[in-house]
Design a protein around this ligand. Structure first.
Ligand code: NAD
Length: 368
């Protein structure tokens, strides 16, 4: 067999249901190694509470450096009640913030896909969400969450003032816009860029610079500008008008949560966070389900592994250049849902309830 595609993947299962869902990803990687001309080398390391218990810190330097050397990092989840009383700087979630910051992951990709088989899980009418397939591209390292000055300060008359600063530079806007345009080219070739250019100068700059990127390098991609509040409304009114939605950190945070909820369950939502290309052309990246460690169901083999499996699919597509395998995996998930298999979080009348392990096995059986 010609094993021409050697790729290094770092698995960070973390806490709660993290190890259970990442175990299913590991099985899929093993399947690809055994049955395809692929050569994934994967290692598993501790992160979050599991690392605190073993090493007293949420992520060791060794694990951090391994993440730098990997082609893709796949994370389960960090945190749980056991570590809730630790001070903020020592909490399990700090590991995740460190990874996002140090890997300079400026682009957060959150697909909102409504599987036709699960259309009843959405709070919207089936005809509005069935077949929905949106990609939200959120800027992750700039804007009002990071801008200076910030703080709370006393003012006259015993009052206080809270300050946050919304700033974006040309370069920050250009690099995230390029991510959105590149993605659109792989999808339906349409970007909707959101801001509040009617009331914010930073919004005017955002709109102008996104347009400049489009006019210069992406003439074939359709670009629409939309005010972010209108986009929030349109997502509920007619979400299928969108392909790629581009937004800054603040608006992207809200719009991606809104879009995610159109689809029904938390157990189905993957995400990717991407950084810049290094000098070898490698993109730093972190893939994780949107959900947390779900302590209420941890250890019971009932977590839905699909969000993490679809995060692997995103890694195949965006970091490992394996679009065909990503399509194959997405299709396998669809087929299992077609067969009526459901974990407890998405069960409905007439469907068969299965465990985490069963769901992973069923998806693998559809890869064959
Ligand atoms: P959560 O996402 O862990 O759980 C919310 C609800 O959704 C729970 O009822 C849970 O059982 C259910 N759920 C989540 N994922 C599921 C899955 N795959 N299958 C079936 N059901 C699923 O959110 P939370 O309860 O607010 O947080 C729990 C812990 O996770 C906290 O410590 C929090 O800080 C942490 N957290 C971590 C991340 C991360 O690592 N990226 C993200 C969010 C929360």
């Amino acid at each position: 067999m010609n094993k021409s595609n050697s790729r290094k993947i770092l698995l960070l299962p973390g806490d709660g249901i993290g190890p259970e869902v990442v175990r299913e990803v590991k099985k899929i990687l093993e399947w690809f190694n055994k049955n395809k001309s692929l050569d994934f080398s994967f290692e598993e390391e501790l992160i979050g509470g599991a690392s605190i218990d073993a090493n007293k810190i949420p992520i060791t330097d060794e694990v951090f450096f391994k993440s730098l050397q990997s082609d893709a990092v796949i994370l389960g989840a960090c945190g749980g009640p056991k570590w809730d009383n630790l001070e903020f700087s020592k909490k399990p979630e700090r590991a995740l913030l460190k990874l996002r910051k140090e890997l300079k992951l400026f682009a957060n990709l959150r697909p909102a896909i409504c599987f036709k088989q699960l259309v009843d899980s959405s709070s919207l009418k089936p005809e509005i969400v069935s077949g929905l397939d949106i990609m939200i591209v959120r800027e992750l390292t700039g804007g009002i969450y990071f801008g200076e000055p910030r703080g709370i300060e006393p003012i006259e008359n015993n009052q206080r003032k809270g300050i946050n600063t919304h700033t974006y530079t040309t370069n920050e806007i250009h690099r995230i816009a390029k991510v959105a345009f590149d993605l659109a080219k792989k999808r339906s070739n349409k970007v909707t860029s959101c801001e509040k250019s009617n009331v914010m100068e930073a919004g005017v700059l955002w709109r102008e610079e996104v347009q400049i990127v489009k006019d210069k390098d992406y003439k074939s991609v359709e670009l629409n500008h939309m005010l972010a509040d209108n986009c929030a409304m349109q997502l509920l009114r007619n979400p299928k008008q969108f392909d790629v939605i581009l937004a800054d950190n603040l608006f992207g945070d809200m719009l991606s949560d809104e879009a995610a909820m159109l689809t029904g369950s938390l157990g189905l939502l993957p995400s990717a966070s991407l950084g810049a290309k290094d000098k070898n052309g490698k993109i730093r990246s972190l893939y994780e389900p949107v959900h947390g460690s779900a302590p209420d169901i941890a250890g019971k083999n009932m977590a839905n592994p699909i969000a993490t499996i679809l995060s692997l699919s995103m890694a195949l597509r965006y970091s490992l250049n394996l679009d065909k395998e990503a399509d194959q995996l997405d299709l396998a998930v669809q087929k299992v849902l077609d067969d009526g298999l459901r974990t407890k979080d998405i069960i409905s009348k007439g469907k068969k309830e299965v465990t985490t392990t069963d769901m992973g096995d069923a998806i693998i059986s559809k890869l064959k």
